[in-house]
Every structure is written in structure tokens, then in C-alpha cells.
Write a protein that binds this ligand. Structure first.
Ligand code: ADP
Ligand code: MG
Length: 292
């Protein structure tokens, strides 16, 4: 049973009905996306499709524009040129008399309502319990009744394996548990796509696995996901597509095997080599063979 993937369409039939053939089109379409901060051109013509139920892992050096790309997809950042379409609808702008004008905040919120995001820093409210954190947007944004919000929040905490921690405050939770609450909070809004920006980078190494496990389960349940990550093992196992961003452009994209093993692109090879060098904690040199 594909519980999470089924949830949005069954819960919001109106949005499906208003689009031509929503199942066939990519959930997210990015065309020639450009973004600059002053003199610095951070995204320099990004083209990316994310299909329904696809898991896209985004890798690349620090400063290459990965976070900016995700933030543009969630309308947390404006973009200067190109298109970001979510389920066929242009995000951030509307066409008026043949000219593109900035959309109203209400319109932006409507187009991005099905995009959930999880950040490196979990950003939980410290004065609210885990359950309260998950309920908050359900009460204030979705205006659910208290009972309904509590019911859904509890179900989401169960999804991330934290049904027993509903009454705990963030300070009493490990980093891994806090991040799982943050995932539950995003899931509670019933997104059609989840964006993750280095969700395990702030965690102690022994806590990374529990968060990746939750993300793997989401992927198995059919959630559409874009994940910026340095967890190459996760990307290799879970991604349908791996995207390597370098200096604001997608330099390589393909299936994990194509990107991790077969790609000859020099910057990617160098990036992966650095990664492997950093993570190789046991190397058998020629002199070691006797000892082993
Ligand atoms: P990544 O996530 O790949 O490390 P970012 O998208 O965060 O990269 O940043 C890309 C570049 O844009 C970096 O040089 C960064 O310093 C710059 N940048 C990001 N956000 C801002 C901002 N709000 N103002 C100015 N420069 C920014
Ligand atoms: Mg980043």
C-alpha cells in the first residue's frame, strides 16, 4: 500500500482536476533557471525535471548553488530568469498582458502549497512539544480542528517512529529525533514533493542512519523527493537520478551508476575522489598485506 503517495491526491482531488493531465507531467519542471546575488551568478541556467515518485539526489561542492536551487523550488528565494513549474503551474510569477509580473504572496503560497521542505537545522519551536511542533501549521495554516490536527500529527509522528515522543520537548530529543520531528511536521502538510537540504549534515554520525532510514521508507512509499546530500551511499541506493551541480550548472545527471562509476567529467571525478579520500578510513598498503 502506497500510503504517503496516495495521500495527497485522495485528499486534494480539486487540484488534480484543475490540471490537464497531472499524472503525466513532471511534478517539477525547471527551465533555464538563473539567480544572482548582486554580482554573483549563483544559478546559471539549470534545467531539471522531477517526475512523480522520483527520488533525485543533488550533490556538488560547497557554494555550487544546491541550497539556492532547492530554495527557489520552495519559493523561499526569488529567481531572476527561467521557469519553475510545480504540477504545471509557474511559481513566483504570473503572465499579465504578455509580461511576466511577480505573483501575489497568496498566489505563490497556493502554487507551493504541496511542496514540503526539511532543512539542515531542524528549526523546531523549543517551547512546544514534538506533537505541538507538528500540529502548529495544521492549526494555523490548514485551520484544522484541534482534534483533527492532533490525530494527523500523531499519525505523522508514528510514520517517523516517534509516536512515543509526542510529549517531549526538543531539548530532550536527540538531533536525529529532532530531525524526524521536522520531517513529520513537513509530512503533516501532505506535500506532493519533499525537498531535503542536507538533512543529516548537522547530526552526529551515529544518528545519521535513523534519519536516512525514515527517508528510505518515504521513498519506498512513493514520495517524490529532491535531496541535497553528501551521503553518497544513500544516493547510490535510493536515488532514481543523481544530479551533480558545479558552479551553478548541472554538470552531470543520470542514474547513480552512471554518475558514480561511469562519468568521466573531470570536476565530478575530482569531487568524488575527494569524498572517497575523506571517507577511506582503512587502506591496505603493500606493506600491510603481511600483517593482515
Ligand atoms: P551550496 O548549498 O551548494 O553550498 P548555496 O546555494 O548556499 O550553495 O550558495 C551558492 C552561492 O551563493 C555561495 O557563494 C553563497 O555564498 C551565495 N549565497 C547564497 N545565499 C546568498 C544570499 N542570501 N546572499 C548573498 N549570497 C548568497
Ligand atoms: Mg547548501
Amino acid at each position: 500500500m502506497n500510503a504517503i503517495a496516495d495521500m495527497p491526491s485522495s485528499m486534494s482531488p480539486a487540484s488534480a482536476a484543475t490540471q490537464g493531465s497531472p499524472q503525466a507531467a513532471p511534478l517539477i519542471e525547471v527551465r533555464d533557471l538563473r539567480k544572482r546575488f548582486g554580482e554573483l551568478e549563483v544559478l546559471r541556467g539549470v534545467d531539471l525535471d522531477i517526475a512523480r515518485s522520483e527520488v533525485v539526489c543533488i550533490i556538488g561542492p560547497s557554494g555550487s548553488g544546491k541550497s539556492t536551487l532547492l530554495r527557489c523550488l520552495a519559493a523561499l528565494e526569488t529567481y531572476d530568469q527561467g521557469d519553475v513549474r510545480i504540477e504545471g503551474e509557474l511559481l513566483g510569477y504570473t503572465e499579465r498582458n504578455g509580461r511576466r509580473v511577480r505573483a501575489s504572496q497568496g498566489e505563490i503560497n497556493r502554487v507551493r502549497r504541496n511542496v514540503g521542505m526539511v532543512f539542515q537545522q531542524f528549526n523546531l519551536w523549543p517551547h512546544m512539544t514534538a506533537l505541538g511542533n507538528v500540529m502548529e501549521a495544521l492549526l494555523r495554516v490548514q485551520r484544522l480542528s484541534h482534534d483533527e490536527a492532533r490525530r494527523r500529527a500523531n499519525a505523522m509522528l508514528e510514520t517517523v517512529g516517534l509516536a512515543h515522543k509526542g510529549d517531549a520537548y526538543p531539548a530532550k530529543l536527540s538531533g536525529g529525533q529532532q530531525q524526524r520531528v521536522a520531517i513529520a511536521r513537513a509530512l503533516a502538510m501532505e506535500p506532493h514533493i519533499m525537498l531535503f537540504d542536507e538533512p543529516t549534515s548537522a547530526l552526529d554520525p551515529e544518528l545519521v542512519g535513523e534519519v536516512l532510514q525514515v527517508m528510505k521508507q518515504l521513498a519506498r512509499d512513493g514520495m517524490t523527493m529532491a535531496v541535497v546530500t553528501h551521503e553518497m551511499g544513500f544516493a547510490a541506493q535510493v536515488a532514481d537520478k543523481v544530479v551533480f551541480i558545479d558552479q551553478g550548472c548541472i554538470a552531470v545527471q543520470g542514474k547513480p551508476r552512471e554518475v558514480f562509476h561511469d562519468a568521466a567529467q573531470p570536476r565530478l571525478r575530482q569531487f568524488l575522489q575527494n569524498y572517497f579520500d575523506r571517507n577511506a578510513f582503512w587502506t591496505r598498503g603493500p606493506d600491510d598485506t603481511q600483517a593482515l
